[in-house]
Design a binder for this molecule. Sequence first.
Ligand code: GAL
Length: 432
Amino acid sequence: MNSFHRQRTPAAGVLLAAAWLCAAGGCGDGSTASPEAAANGAAGNGAAPVQPNERDTGRTGMLAVQSEPFGEVDGQPITQYLLSNKNGLAVSIIDYGAIVTSVVTSDKDGRRENITLGFADLEGYLGKDPYFGAICGRYANRIARGKFSIGDEQYELAINNEPNHLHGGTKGFNEVVWQARPLSNEMTEGEAVGVELKYHSPDGEEGYPGALDVTVTYTLDNDDRLRIDYEAVTDKPTVLNLTNHCYWNLAGVPPDGRREGLPTMLDHELMLNADHYLPVDETLIPTGELKPVAGTPFDFTEPHKIGERIGVLKAGVENGGYDHCYALNGQPGELKLAARVVHPESGRTMQVQTTEPGVQFYTGNFLDGSEANGGFEQHQGFCLECQHYPNSPNEKRFPETLLKPGEVYRQTTIHQFGVQLPGAGGAVKVSN
Ligand code: GAL
């Protein structure tokens, strides 16, 4: 159990040749290597198996979705999907926790490296990990004391982050197996490949009311955009807040567990499109106030190095650094800029847009170098979790997180990766 199987199908050699021909321009839109490849998907699911050379480089030279076995959980096979585009950008996602296990992009010299924190194999994700790359739910972030009411009905949830409820409880959406379906170019809108993941959360799961059906769709296009679309419906009124919990370090993160010499991300330059943030109490629950960032270390309306003013926070009540929800400028439900990040040394950039009202900016304060944390130390990764505000079910002043039968929850968040070339005068050239 939990072992990382690397089985090959007998057709692997044929598929390698097919993939090479496609890379050389012989395969139409190139959404999969060949019809045979699709039929022989490693998981029998319509995606072509990952070829050995492609796993290492992620470079298929075309829009493609491939798959490979990624071990087992309680006898259930887990599959890893590799989305790649014509620029060589590659994103890996597993159906356990709908986790993004790696994102490989080029730096300014064309060096391709993974830029997300994670584990080398499934085993790491099965422990109490810090939600690396996962979809968090049913309620991402904290609910104070694990309590909330809908009408006259009171609900009590697990206290899994004393004294509060965090990221859906003891077994959140990050720890369940999702039903995955690879999406070839023909199956997506526009030019893109993807993977659709569905989860049915039964009524009463982790104490939440209502049976909830959630769909998360990751798509990658040739403009280096990784798009996450969320949809959910319920059969009883419930509360819902979904997010993706990728930790980023644009300097590059070795995928094989090597951590020596890995820099922190404190030199990354961050811009947040937020004039206000949500101050928190000592248990990280927002006080309910929306405070202007102007004149404080929380102001990222103009780009600042993440580490520039973090010491002020560490010396104060926010002992570890930033772990705050920012109220984004613009309308909830409307796609708007959330953040821009530049890593000057590698030239890598990331821009985030979302329909959500907030973004939790977390600087990996609790990473402690332990095995459960993948060996990552404090500040070796940061999160930009697009979401509704923490503790909204108990805070009337915050945008609503109630979902009723007949309504559809929808969220779209887009990460666009690029490279800023030296001397480009701040211009971002999007290429990988
Ligand atoms: C973040 C949260 C942090 C911490 C982390 C997981 O989303 O803001 O306080 O709980 O998840 O370690």
